[in-house]
Ligand binder design. Structure first.
Ligand code: ADP
Length: 808
């Protein structure tokens, strides 16, 4: 080693640093505990020599040798020593310059080291422009990084340090400064100390600082997330506690609500999908703030869903004998209907899995459709639920509204099941013929899905939002007429028709069913109210005019009320209602069958019509007035009916002479035909012969027999064509005191179906031509000149009991 180099070396006390590095020009303090170190400090102080501070490689080593120490350290000056309690001291030192450790010359009582200052040579040539620029860039970067670092470590001193960095242009110094003040691993601290080249040192420091900043940022974001979670949880807990207290104050048990729902869901043995969905809703509910609108929506939803019979059933009884007994007990007559129902049950008994049969009971009001449906439910041991479909014109009525709508409810199907409480009830869909439809959707389409056994296994109500299995529901529908039932619906149903009752049937029903029912309802004993058969007959004839027995039942109810009144207030023991005193109980008679329509009048004819409420007597009036051959038709008539009136008129014009009417009558006369009860719409061709007869009567002035009623379509040439609903029409005729009914020849075979009592009470006259009608309906025949007689119109019978007009 050359001599002059050797002269730069010096031997001074040394101190091994643990986990720490001291940099030139930095003033720092640290605690010292090892005796060896304290001795070195004292030596330095007393001998007024600097001290060599060097880090040891492994901080756990108590007495480090040369090998355990790094090579580069800092020659420093001890500024202050402060004795601490115990043996240790706190020392403040100021770094002077970097030095290389050549050798440890002594280890006891303190370390002494032979060291030599090392420094990056300040060569003006090396300080080229590029180098200064690089230094400048490194300094700026350091500044930015430290700025960020200061932000991330909010210490008061950070901004002062920043000022310090900003005011310096010495890259090496800045690197040292940062290294001294930023917490880093010992290895990294030492590497900054080891680097003598200032710019490289600062670049190295920047890399370390960037890493440190990234770590801090990461830490901070984790911290923030933890904090957020914490505060959200705390907020929730706080709110829930508040709700609990509020509910406690209000006397409500808040916590139990959620628990209650959970328990109900667990108890209900729901299908998996349903259970999962409901539990989800409960969790959702739990998160709702107290009193929120959403909360009550969810509560409502849960309540409805939990009430639904997802799995509950009743054991069905499919026993034809037992069913027959129940049906017979509940209803008089209706043999055909009962047989059809029993057949249906028999099939069910043999093929229990056959699903999707739907019965449609069709008939006028009050003939027992609903009540036989109820009996069926009883006979089969199914629960019963009724849905009135009359006037339903919104699909949502069937399927419900989405639960998010205000006041949303499930549709009628789901509601009915809720009511029934089982998933295999008998659902009675009343008045399916009165379904409407408009722009809010077609309820018939929704019903179609309900009734279709292929689809109804997974019926989805908009409110419930879960598939409900309707395949075990037995659907029974009722209707007054099949004509207005949407065709696709009708195709799926088995139609069973119920006819009007005759007076005799009504009597039996009243005696055996209606009266006992009403007595019971009014709390009367059988002995307290005696009603003779004649009194019932009188009620039927004079107080009702209906196909069924609904009004009769009401009248009997009125009778019971009056009887109850007599017993309670007048102290009567027993009330007897007879033919003669019914008027005192039921008020003045409403109908007078004997008087009605019995008088012969000009231009007034009894027509028979069939409507959805059964048969009715429909009078046609005709009058002739001066005019110009117009035909006026009034009384709320449909097009078909108007056309049939024109056909009748044309026929009369073509046969004017034979009918004894001046051939050119139409030139100066108008005919006006009117059907009373103009508020009731009327249509159909079956009033043709009625209109024709009224016109002829009005034109000829010949009265029409009041005890004759008629029905039949008329053609231009006077043929009489068949009509429908003969059974109902004939009963209407009987109810109205008619004796003779003129019917189309082709309907003669339908007479078979008519009840025996009706058939024997009425005289039926089948005809095939209008002339025959006139022969029977008019008091006498028009007087026609024999010479005016024309050909026999085609379609006329050649012979028969009823003399054709031209033979008169
Ligand atoms: P619908 O549904 O056809 O309009 P309801 O079923 O309401 O008629 O019948 C009206 C009333 O008449 C009910 O009280 C019913 O029990 C009774 N009723 C109808 N037909 C019979 C019958 N054949 N036997 C016993 N009661 C009957």
């Amino acid at each position: 080693m050359p001599e002059e180099e050797k002269t730069n070396r010096q031997t001074i006390p040394a101190l091994a640093l643990r986990g720490l590095a001291v940099y030139p020009k930095m003033l720092i303090h640290f605690d010292v505990g090892r005796e060896m170190s304290i001795n070195a400090l004292e030596e330095s102080m007393t001998s007024n020599r600097p001290i060599f501070l060097v880090a040891q490689k492994d901080i756990r080593v108590e007495n480090p040798g040369r090998d355990q120490l790094f090579t580069i350290g800092t020659v420093s000056v001890v500024r202050q020593i402060l004795r601490l309690p115990g043996k240790s001291v706190r020392v403040m030192v100021e770094g002077q310059y970097r030095a290389k450790l050549w050798d440890l010359v002594q280890t006891d009582p303190y370390l002494a080291a032979e060291v030599e200052q090392v420094e990056f040579p300040k060569d003006p040539e090396l300080e080229s422009k590029g180098n200064t620029l690089r230094a400048e860039a490194a300094i700026r970067q350091a500044y930015e990084l430290f700025d960020r670092y200061a932000e991330l470590t909010p210490k008061n001193t950070a901004s002062e340090m920043l000022m310090n960095i900003m005011s310096s242009e010495d890259a090496g110094y800045i690197a040292d400064f940062i290294a001294q003040n930023v917490s880093m691993r010992v290895m990294d601290k030492q590497s900054i100390l080891d680097e003598l080249r200032p710019v490289q040192r600062l670049n190295k420091m920047n890399r370390l600082l960037r890493r440190e900043v990234e770590i801090l940022e990461m830490e901070q974001s984790i911290q923030r997330r933890v904090q957020e979670n914490m505060s959200q949880n705390q907020k929730d807990a706080f709110l829930r506690e508040q709700v609990r207290v509020i509910q406690e104050e209000l006397g409500e048990d808040g916590e139990n609500e959620i628990a209650g729902y959970r328990r109900q869901i667990a108890d209900a043995k729901l299908p998996e999908e349903v259970e999962a969905k409901l539990l989800k809703e409960v969790i959702h509910l739990e998160k709702q703030p107290f009193g929120s609108a959403e909360g009550s929506v969810i509560r409502n939803y849960l309540d409805v869903c939990l009430e639904l019979p997802w799995t509950k059933t009743t054991k069905e009884r499919v026993n034809v004998q037992a069913a027959r007994k129940i049906l017979d007990d509940d209803h008089f007559g209706l043999d055909k209907v009962k047989d059809r129902i029993l057949e249906f049950l028999a099939v069910k008994q043999l093929a229990p899995d056959l699903k999707g049969q739907i019965i449609c009971l069709v008939g006028p009001p009050g003939v027992g459709k609903t009540s036989i449906g109820m009996s069926m439910a009883r006979a089969m041991n199914r629960k019963l639920a009724r849905i009135a479909l009359g006037g339903v014109h919104d699909e949502a009525d069937i399927r419900g509204h989405r639960k998010t709508y205000v006041g949303a409810m499930p549709g009628r199907i789901i509601n009915a099941l809720r009511q029934a409480g089982t998933r295999n009830p008998l659902l009675l869909l009343d008045e399916i013929d009165k379904l409407g439809s408009d722009m809010r959707g077609d309820p018939a389409a929704a019903l179609l899905e309900v009734l279709d056994s292929e689809q109804n296994g997974t019926f989805r109500d908009h409110f419930v939002e879960l598939p409900f299995d309707l395949s075990d529901v037995l659907f029974v529908t009722t209707a007054n007429t099949t004509s207005t039932i949407p065709k696709p619906l009708l195709d799926r149903m088995e139609v069973i028709e119920l006819a009007s009752y005759t007076d005799e049937e009504k009597l039996q029903i009243a005696k055996n069913h209606l009266l006992p029912k009403q007595l019971k309802r009014h709390g009367l004993k059988k002995s307290q109210l005696r009603v003779t058969d004649d009194a019932i007959r009188e009620s039927i004839v004079s107080y009702t005019r209906e196909s069924g027995v609904r009004i009769l039942e009401r009248e009997l109810g009125a009778l019971c009320r009056k009887a109850a009144m007599a017993i309670v207030s007048d102290g009567a023991k027993q009330v007897r209602a007879t033919r003669d005193n019914v008027e005192t109980y039921l008020g003045p008679r409403k109908y007078h069958p004997e008087k009605n329509g019995m008088e012969n009048q000009v231009g007034l004819v009894n027509g028979l019509a069939w409507t959805s409420v059964g048969g009715t007597l429909l009078e046609a009036e005709a009058n002739v007035i001066p005019g110009s051959g117009k035909v006026e038709l009034t009384g709320n008539l449909g097009n078909v009916m108007k056309e049939s009136a024109r056909a009748a008129f044309t026929y009369i014009r073509s046969r004017a002479v034979q009918l004894g009417v001046p051939a050119d009558f139409y030139k100066e006369k108008d005919i006006h035909v009117h059907f009373p009860e103009g508020a009731v719409p009327k249509d159909g061709p079956s009033a043709g012969i009625t209109i024709c007869t009224a016109m002829v009567s009005a034109l000829t002035g010949i009265p029409v027999r009041g005890d004759v009623a008629m029905t039949g379509e008329v053609t231009l040439r006077g043929r009489v064509l068949p009509i429908g609903g003969l059974r109902e029409k004939s009963m209407a005729a009987l109810r109205n005191g008619i004796h003779t009914v003129i019917i189309p020849q082709e309907n003669a075979s339908d007479l078979e179906e008519i009840d025996q009592t009706v058939r024997s009470a009425l005289q039926f006259i089948p005809v095939s031509h209008v002339d025959q009608v006139l022969a029977h309906a008019l008091e006498h025949l028009p007087l026609a000149e024999p010479s005016d007689l024309g050909e026999i119109p085609s379609g006329m019978p050649e012979a028969g009991t009823h003399a054709p007009l031209h033979q008169a």
